[in-house]
Design a protein around this ligand. Structure first.
Ligand SMILES: Cc1cc2nc3c(=O)[nH]c(=O)nc-3n(C[C@H](O)[C@H](O)[C@H](O)COP(=O)(O)OP(=O)(O)OC[C@H]3O[C@@H](n4cnc5c(N)ncnc54)[C@H](O)[C@@H]3O)c2cc1C
Length: 512
């Protein structure tokens, strides 16, 4: 027999397996010895009231063998005659490759950067010495921008595809099963590289090819059909192409535009990374003073408001995380955040961003938004990737900070007035937005211990590569993921990549 149960529990009972079992048995009035297994279906935290609760929805197996939480995907050995070129090995390219492989199609992956472990060294050098490798950094290389990301895996795009399948494939390759039922699944920047490496091994073990250090510089066409890709070193790889190059690869947009592919400007959002002491965020969210109650994870927040009809919101929050230099070009500063699986750091950081509408720029220029964003990144750049910074209370009062609170950003920070480095529309909307968030938290959000670092700009692509209903633009050409302008975040990029692979498989009669 299987009984479903929904409980509202204390954090101790919700997060400790043996206490959870006791609570379930008590509630169902059954002996623990009769329970053959418990499968949590969903677990979330309800922190709306003073007494924080953990909501658990579970299937309780009594005298029956419990189902596995997910079904493992079986990959056949691929057919060398059925092949597709996948450009970019971020979430979209990775999951496109896995989907091709599942259907017996050989993915030929071309990735401009290095394998994920070499990337770890290059990002460490950037953090320590301020030296950037433009082909191996937080944006480029195996795993894409997702590799050193926070690894938050929630998405609003579940309607567009099977997010559970993506999460199951992560678990199959080493992620913790809790990502299948936690309301806010999270892997952590320390674990993602090993999971990505395991996925690479699956692809290679089943006949797929992965080529690192291969920067694609053009697409090969015949009679208006894309039949392959050409790399910077003159090498060519033949097959229909899934282009999953992310939104940092500006060179890709330029070569596509020159070759007559249709691109358009896209609305996006930009602002700052905001860093608070984690204990302050915990106390706001969990209504506690000082130490966070045991068993509760480091808290995050999500804020959204409108300032003069323009969205201002928090984005990609990293509790217990660090702010990182995520640039892929010299002379341009990009910040982002990540956190390890434990989220054990003393600071919480989050993007705080302002909606930027393409209608406000020259809509006929596909690169108008990209240039606008580029302008901010260039203005914020200083030698060695030092970041402009301002104490939050000084930003509210628009004055240069005489001193700055400690930060996790590994490069130097330079006191500035954010109003001097950010466009007026961003700085003024952020200020109003922060005042609104402060009211919502009874005066606790604006803090002299909080620090603004600029800029947060890579929130979503500023360019869209147009495609039709069947996800292609020309025969043989399937733009996918964040860089194509149809996804944002790890899971939605992964879903988009998978769907592009299915379209390609259908068009070429490759599907099993
Ligand atoms: C530090 C950081 C933290 C983040 N945290 C999160 C998070 O917690 N949760 C979340 O959902 N999202 C997060 N994101 C965003 C997320 O990583 C992206 O949305 C996602 O990676 C997009 O996937 P993608 O495959 O479309 O593109 P990308 O991940 O950008 O991958 C593109 C790949 O293409 C390669 N490439 C580019 N040009 C070429 C070329 N010409 N030839 C060959 N290869 C090329 C690149 O090297 C790269 O590997 C974070 C991003 C960063 C930088």
């Amino acid at each position: 027999m299987v009984r479903n149960i929904s409980l509202s529990l204390s954090p101790e009972d919700g997060f400790d397996d043996s206490r959870l079992r006791v609570s379930i048995c008590r509630s169902l009035r059954i002996q623990s010895s009769s329970v053959t297994g418990i499968r949590i279906r969903k677990r979330s935290i309800d922190a709306r009231h003073r007494s924080v609760k953990v909501l658990v929805d579970a299937d309780v197996y009594i005298g029956e063998t419990p189902e596995k939480l997910y079904k493992e995907t079986v990959f056949p050995f691929s057919d060398a005659k059925k092949r597709a070129v996948v450009v970019g090995f971020g979430p979209a390219g990775i999951f496109a490759s896995l989907t091709l492989l599942e259907n017996g199609v050989t993915p030929i992956v071309l990735e401009r950067g290095k394998d994920v472990h070499s990337r770890l060294k290059d990002t460490a050098i950037l953090s320590r010495e301020g030296k950037l490798d433009t082909e191996s950094n937080y944006a480029f290389g195996e795993g894409g921008a997702g590799a050193f990301s926070d690894g938050k895996l929630y998405t609003r795009s579940t309607k567009r595809g099977d997010a559970k399948r993506i999460l199951s494939l992560f678990v199959q390759h080493g992620a913790d099963e809790s990502i299948l039922y936690d309301a806010r699944p999270h892997i952590g920047s320390d674990r993602l590289p090993y999971i990505i490496e395991n996925i690479r091994k699956t692809i290679e073990a089943h006949g797929g090819e992965i080529h690192f250090g291969k920067k694609v510089t053009g697409l090969i066409q015949k009679n208006d059909e894309v039949i392959g890709a050409e790399c910077h070193d003159g090498s060519t790889y033949m097959g229909p192409v899934i282009l999953a190059t992310g939104h940092s690869a500006k060179d890709v947009y330029y070569f596509l535009s020159e070759a007559g592919f249709i691109l358009e400007a896209k609305s996006t959002a930009a602002g700052v990374r905001l860093e608070h002491p984690q204990s302050l965020v915990d106390s706001i969210q969990y209504h506690c003073e000082g130490v966070r109650p045991q068993y509760l994870p480091p808290a995050s927040y999500s804020f959204r408001t409108q300032v003069n009809g323009r969205g201002v919101y928090s984005f990609c929050m990293c509790p217990g995380g660090v702010v990182v230099p995520a640039s892929s070009e010299e002379g341009s500063l990009v910040l982002n955040g990540m956190s390890p699986a434990s989220r054990g750091g003393r600071k919480a950081n989050s993007g705080m961003i302002v909606e930027l509408r393409k209608e406000e720029l020259d809509e006929s220029d596909p690169f108008a938004m990209m240039r606008f964003i580029e302008g901010i990144e260039r203005r914020c750049f200083s030698d060695g990737f030092a970041a402009p910074a301002e104490r939050m209370t000084d930003f509210i009062n628009d004055r240069l900070s005489p001193s700055l609170p400690a930060t996790t950003y590994p490069r130097p920070v330079l006191p500035v007035r954010m109003d001097d480095v950010l466009p007026h529309v961003i700085a003024s909307s952020l200020r109003e937005g922060f005042l609104a968030f402060d009211r919502a938290t009874r005066g606790r959000f604006i803090s002299s211990e909080a620090l603004l670092l600029a800029p947060e700009t890579r929130t979503s692509s500023p360019v869209r590569i147009l495609r039709d209903e069947s996800m292609k633009q020309r025969c043989g050409f399937y733009p996918a993921g964040e860089g194509a302008g149809y996804a944002g975040g790890i899971v939605s990029a992964a879903i988009d990549g998978s769907e592009a692979a299915l379209r390609l498989g259908g068009d070429y009669g490759y599907l099993l």
